[in-house]
Design a protein around this ligand. Structure first.
Ligand SMILES: Nc1ncnc2c1ncn2[C@@H]1O[C@H](COP(=O)(O)OP(=O)(O)OP(=O)(O)O)[C@@H](O)[C@H]1O
Ligand SMILES: [Mg+2]
Length: 349
């Protein structure tokens, strides 16, 4: 389990806030470095979060799969009665080990997978198991970014068509000139030159391909982005650049994020509030800084203890404290209620 929690765990978070241009030796690069983003601007303070309108409300969300053969058919539930709410302008983190159900939740929210039970409300509208036509219009405002840009990009499509496709399907522009301006503008927004439009995805580095998927996700001018492990398939050296890009875009375009990660250090940097998922159950939720200051659930504590610390003395103390065996007896159940700890900090304790 420790390996899952620490997978890709060598990202130097001190680099977040530095130049986000992924400029190394590939086409469409940007020459000028981006200004530094101060670390304290990454997370909104409570007073900054003036708009508390929920963009997304997930309640009692449950997913079951059929398993077994015809003689012993049974349902396996991988997401159990998950509740959370994301306010406008927030970055909300969903964290948990591999297999805890993060992507399953993301797919249900993005209407890419049926909901077994429970509800997803987007801007007040119930989008649970919508038909294709209704889902089409909701997708305009809600877009996913996936972990692996390689698998989500059609290698035979020129970058122009890849980015323009959603806008074309939704009939956003009347003329080719408008569409071209739109695509070029998106490429520049994600730190690539307009000339990148005429190239093929394989001509780009992994980080640049993730920029292309971000540009495509923005093609319909959405207000809500579901980013499912957007940097974990990338080289550690460019992870911080893509995180910075996401931070910049959020501010520039007034976006709201559901940010999914298995790495607590990244969630701490990126997210205003968060939910900790363990075996498909939310075990703790609330403001990120409050959870870090006062973690309540044994699993949250383990996640915090399993994150390496840069300071050698603190790191030694952490390793002495770290005890993965404690998790072996850890049972979680959605039947145990989330208890209010303080404000909107809740935990199943
Ligand atoms: N189509 C499916 N049929 C059966 N089980 C599935 C299916 N899709 C996912 N699962 C199971 O649901 C559980 C949660 O998977 P999910 O992909 O949501 O985890 P995750 O938290 O995103 O993990 P990771 O960090 O590795 O991406 C896993 O046990 C997985 O095997
Ligand atoms: Mg996943």
């Amino acid at each position: 389990m420790a390996a899952c929690i620490q997978k890709g765990g060598t990202l130097d978070l001190d680099n977040i806030g530095a130049n986000h241009g992924d400029t190394k030796g590939a086409p469409g690069r940007v020459a000028a470095p981006r200004p530094q983003i101060a670390r304290d601007k990454v997370n909104m303070t409570r007073s900054e979060m003036l708009d508390r309108t929920p963009v997304l409300e997930v309640s009692a969300l449950t997913k079951s799969y059929a398993a077994g053969n015809w003689s012993s058919r049974k349902a396996i539930t991988t997401v159990h009665n998950v509740d959370f709410r994301i306010h406008r302008g927030e970055t909300f983190g969903l964290i948990g080990e591999s297999g805890s159900g993060k992507s399953t939740i993301a797919r249900m929210i993005c209407m890419l997978s049926d909901v077994t039970s429970g509800d997803v409300l987007f801007n007040g509208r119930n989008i649970t198991n919508l038909g294709d036509k209704a889902a089409f219009s909701v997708r305009r405002d809600m877009q996913p970014i996936f972990q692996d840009p390689q698998s989500s990009i059609n290698p035979r499509m020129k970058v122009f068509n890849y980015i323009a496709e959603p806008a074309r399907i939704h009939g956003l522009f009347k003329s080719r000139a408008e569409l071209t301006d739109h695509v070029h503008g998106l490429l520049q927004k994600v730190g690539l030159a307009p000339s990148a439009a005429q190239r093929f995805p394989h001509e780009f580095s992994g980080g640049q391909r993730q920029r292309l998927s971000i540009a495509r996700a923005l093609s319909l001018n959405p207000s809500f982005i579901v980013a499912d492990e957007p940097i974990s398939a990338l080289d550690v050296s460019i992870q911080a650049q893509v995180l910075n890009l996401l931070i910049d875009l959020k501010r520039e375009l007034d976006l709201t994020y559901l940010f999914i990660s298995h790495d607590l250090r990244i969630v701490r940097h990126m997210c205003d509030r968060m939910a900790v998922l363990y075996r498909g159950v939310v075990v703790e939720t609330g403001e990120t800084q409050k959870i870090f200051a006062n973690p309540q659930h044994a699993y949250t504590r383990l996640l915090i203890d399993s994150s390496p610390i840069a300071d050698p003395k603190l790191e030694r103390e952490r390793l002495a404290r770290f005890n993965i065996d404690g998790l072996q007896d850890l049972e979680v159940s959605d039947e145990q209620p989330l208890r209010r700890i303080d404000g909107d900090h809740f935990a199943r304790v």
